[in-house]
Each structure stands twice: as structure tokens, then as C-alpha cells.
Design a protein around this ligand. Structure first.
Ligand SMILES: [Zn+2]
Length: 360
């Protein structure tokens, strides 16, 4: 019996919330952008998500003045697809009591603004969740595991599978989520060699080994596994060191985008589950600038991981990227060599591999 796909790494509330707002993915001009925002007002607000100025003909980021001209006194807000940047018009800034030159806000402000807008515009989070989960089913996803649940978001779900970032939810959670480093996009992923496009920058580790080990041991003592976000190879080194000292059979490594060959061997040997995001291979063109050709050969190298018998799981990380396993398969099946995963291999990870890890 086909039980459908399992998405082993998603951000459910944010995914559900995004399907409530205007989808700006692929808009090619300022006029198209305005039309998409106008088509989907919520309580008089025009909120758009999944925006990327790289898809605009002129690649120019719209600012508050642009949105003021188009929307006047009605609040208008655009979230960039990476969730590291948001643009608001004057009416939106006034409504939220936040001001920035050009209406552009970055990093932690983006999540705060998303929460404030959700609290204001979403009177019934349960309805949003219901339609978001229905959207998942359209792609054949019948089970999805949230990777950053907290107490606020937990109230929006009746029953939900999740890893938590809040130790108070650990009893109910499948495990505990820990961020060891940042992202390649922001050049905060921890690397052993400097960024090829930013000499002197090696990225950042969030914990010392001792701090991380103490946290991991605390989770393990509670009988739960950890899921460690590690994108750069220096973060993966730290993960391997700590795993050698404290292990739960279901511990997971998340992302593992930048790996050295011997790390791939070590991951296979330790039998640790590695949750990859095949759709992130779309990043290869700009990841190549961050890492340079030598490191890129064993980075995003999902095919090589599979060949070396690393235990792989698959997730979308939606809404950061597209939720569809088919979209992910389309990306990786067109790549060559170590970066290649066939359509069947990707769908097998989202189906059989994830199910074997979670349904038994
Ligand atoms: Zn994530």
C-alpha cells in the first residue's frame, strides 16, 4: 500500500501561513508584483511571500515608496523567499509601530514582523493550519515533521509531529532541535576554510563543544534524540565529535550541505541519519561562489552520500523552498555525478526511507 510521502523537515506553521498570503514566486515585473498583491487582500492588508527580486527583469528590490504609490493608505508587505528580508510600506510600518529607511527590515525583525502580522490577520490559526495541511496532501505528503516547534505555535495544532527548540515541550516532542551554525546564504555556516567569496570569514559556531555536549546529554537523558542543524563542514566536525561522546539511535544531522570526503565516510560509519533537502541543489550556482570548485565537489553531493551508504532522510525545509518532492526530484535528476539523485531515488527517500525511520 502506498502511504504517501513523509516530509522529515518542514516548518509547518510558516508553511500554512504562507499559503494564506499572496504567492509572489516568479513575478517578473513591478506591475505583476502589484497585481499579485492586489488579488489576495487579507483584512485590508496586502501581504506577499516567496518574493525574490532576482526574478524581476530589473532585479531591483521594491521599497516603501514603490509600495506607497501602489497601495496608498492600505498596508502592503513583501517577504523575501529566504525569510531574511521584508519590505513594508508606510501604512504597514505605522500599523505595526516599526520604522526603517526605505521600509526594509532584516534578519530577526523578519520573524517578529511575520508573527505580528499573523497575530493581527489570523483570527483562527486552526483554519490556516487545516488548509495548509490540505495543501500538503496535494503533493502526496501524508505526514510532515515540524523542525522548530515552540509554545506559541504548538497552540495552533491539535496533533502534530515535531522537534522542539523549547525544552519545555521535550516530553511531547520527537526530539530536540539545535542550531550548530548559520547558513551559506548569509555566510554564517561554519567552514574549516574561509569563504571563497569572503576571505577571512570562516562562519560561526553557536556553541562550544562542552556547551553542546551538555545540551545533547540532557536531551539523551530524557530518552530523546537530537536533530542538529549543521550546514558547514566545521559544524559537521563538531557534530561528529559530540556524537562520539553521547548517542541516541535516532539522532539526526540536518542539511550537511558542505562536507569533506572523510566526513562522508565517518557519517556512514557512525550510522547517523542525515536529513538532506534535495531541492536546495537549486542553490548550487551561488553556493559555488561561496565554496569554490574543490569543496563544491563533495558539497550538496547527495548522490555520493547515497553511494557511500550514509543513512539519508529527506525534507523540504518549506516554506524556505518548495514543498513538493517532485519539484526536488526535478532539480537533482538534471545534475551530474556526485550531485545527481534520480527522480526515483528522491521519491524513495521521501517515501520508504523516511517511513522506515519514523513509522517503525
Ligand atoms: Zn529548517
Amino acid at each position: 500500500m502506498n502511504k504517501g510521502f513523509l516530509d522529515a523537515h518542514i516548518h509547518l506553521w510558516e508553511f500554512c501561513l504562507f499559503s494564506f498570503f499572496a504567492n509572489l514566486e516568479g513575478v517578473g515585473t513591478g506591475e505583476e508584483l502589484v497585481a499579485a498583491l492586489r488579488a489576495r487582500p487579507v483584512e485590508g492588508w496586502h501581504v506577499g511571500v516567496r518574493f525574490n527580486q532576482e526574478s524581476l527583469k530589473d532585479r531591483v528590490l521594491p521599497d516603501a515608496a514603490f509600495l506607497d504609490r501602489a497601495f496608498g493608505k492600505r498596508p502592503a508587505v513583501i517577504f523575501r523567499t529566504c525569510l531574511h528580508l521584508v519590505v513594508m510600506n508606510t501604512a504597514a510600518m505605522e500599523a505595526l509601530g516599526r520604522y526603517a529607511p526605505n521600509g526594509i527590515f532584516l534578519e530577526a525583525d523578519v520573524f517578529a514582523i511575520l508573527n505580528e502580522i499573523a497575530a493581527r490577520l489570523v483570527p483562527e490559526p486552526a483554519l490556516i493550519v487545516k488548509s495548509g495541511l490540505a495543501e500538503l496532501e496535494k503533493y502526496g505528503i501524508t505526514r510532515a515533521i515540524d523542525m522548530a516547534m515552540d509554545l506559541t505555535k504548538r497552540r495552533y495544532f491539535e496533533q502534530v509531529d515535531y522537534y522542539t527548540t523549547d525544552i519545555r515541550l521535550l516530553d511531547e516532542a520527537l526530539g530536540f532541535k539545535i542550531f550548530l551554525d548559520g547558513s551559506l546564504g548569509a555566510r554564517t555556516a561554519a567552514l574549516t576554510e574561509e569563504y571563497a567569496d569572503d576571505p577571512g570569514n570562516y562562519g560561526l559556531l553557536n556553541y562550544s563543544d562542552d556547551e553542546l555536549l551538555a545540551l545533547v546529554e540532557r536531551v539523551h537523558r530524557a530518552g530523546k534524540p537530537v536533530a542538529c542543524h549543521a550546514i558547514g563542514d566545521r559544524a559537521v566536525d563538531q557534530f561528529l565529535r559530540v556524537m562520539a561522546r553521547s548517542r541516541h539511535p535516532k539522532d539526526r544531522l540536518e542539511h550537511a550541505q558542505c562536507l569533506r570526503p572523510e566526513q562522508i565516510e565517518a557519517l556512514a560509519e557512525q550510522g547517523v541519519a542525515v536529513c538532506i533537502q534535495p531541492i536546495f541543489s537549486r542553490e548550487l550556482p551561488w553556493a559555488a561562489r561561496r565554496l569554490g570548485p574543490r569543496r563544491l565537489a563533495t558539497s550538496y553531493a547527495w548522490g555520493l552520500l547515497l553511494e557511500k551508504s550514509v543513512r539519508l532522510l529527506a525534507g523540504s525545509d518549506a516554506p524556505v523552498d518548495h514543498v513538493s518532492p517532485f519539484a526536488a526530484a526535478k532539480v537533482t535528476s538534471s545534475l551530474k555525478g556526485a550531485h545527481h539523485l534520480s527522480r526515483a531515488q528522491v521519491l524513495d527517500l521521501f517515501g520508504r526511507a523516511n517511513r522506515e525511520f519514523y513509522d517503525r
